[in-house]
Design a protein around this ligand. Structure first.
Ligand code: HEC
Ligand code: HEC
Length: 197
């Protein structure tokens, strides 16, 4: 009997903890985040990044970075001022569980050029292929951001921020890559990624 009780305990505790975290996150989202990112992470407008299906640990890290000021955003900093680390983890879990919706790229020819850069890198500019880190379908990994289906204008803005060392909260990997890219390459790769599912 004791062994059975222990087994039940071991198998249900993580799920119960997840439920509690998801409920806590849903409350925070309904209180503020939904205004820009939507209740399910499918943002209200192209001005805001999509969070649906984004990787949990990446989200929690960005929230902590906004809070400490390591990643600068006048919009996001006040949003995270009251969040505890457990809230950040809960929000990461919540958004990672939302389904991302398909978005067709607006310009198919530009997207095809972007696919070449994503998969093989930039020929003239010697940019590293993105696929090596962000994955075959742009889904990233636990710590690496998902890029698939992200708003194109947001992706391009972040690339410019990395290149100009305005966004400095990563391990410098993205600086070297983005600094080498031309404006045309950034536009093309952003267009391609915005249409990936
Ligand atoms: C008033 C609009 C607004 C609200 C409300 C808001 N955000 Fe944001 N959020 C933004 C903008 C704009 C950015 C892009 C910042 C930048 O340019 O780096 C952003 C970026 C983010 C990112 C980084 C995304 C990425 O791909 O790196 C996360 C995570 C995030 N917000 C989570 C939240 C959470 C959680 C809340 C609620 C507690 C919230 N946001 C509330 C506007 C908002
Ligand atoms: C060597 C590994 C590596 C390669 C290659 C790489 N990236 Fe990244 N990328 C990262 C890491 C790590 C981060 C997360 C930075 C952080 O935590 O702040 C990132 C973040 C990003 C972001 C920010 C996402 C967001 O939601 O804000 C964009 C956009 C991006 N990369 C685009 C690209 C593109 C386009 C390429 C190819 C031209 C590329 N990356 C190649 C490692 C890489």
């Amino acid at each position: 009997m004791r062994a059975l009780a222990l087994l039940v305990c071991l198998t249900t505790t993580p799920a119960v903890a997840d439920e509690a975290a998801l409920a806590r996150a849903a409350k925070i989202v309904a209180g503020s985040c939904f205004l820009c990112h939507g209740t399910r992470g499918e943002s209200a407008s192209e001005q805001y990044p999509r969070l649906a299906a984004q990787n949990a640990a990446y989200i929690a890290k960005q929230l902590a970075n906004f809070r400490s000021g390591a990643r600068k955003s006048a919009t996001m900093q006040p949003m995270v001022a009251e969040l505890a680390p457990a809230d950040m983890d809960a929000l990461g879990l919540y958004f990672s569980r939302q389904k991302s919706e398909p978005h067709a790229p607006a310009d198919a020819r530009l997207a095809a050029q972007g696919m070449g850069i994503y998969r093989r890198g930039g020929a003239a500019t010697e940019v590293a292929a993105c696929i090596g880190c962000h994955g075959e379908r742009g889904h990233g990994s636990e710590k690496l951001p998902r890029l698939a289906g992200q708003v194109g204008a947001y992706l391009a803005a972040q690339m410019r921020n990395f290149g100009a060392r305005v966004r400095t909260n990563d391990n410098a990997v993205m600086h070297t890559i983005a600094a080498k890219m031309s404006a045309a390459e950034i536009r093309a790769v952003a267009e391609y990624l915005s249409g990936l599912e």
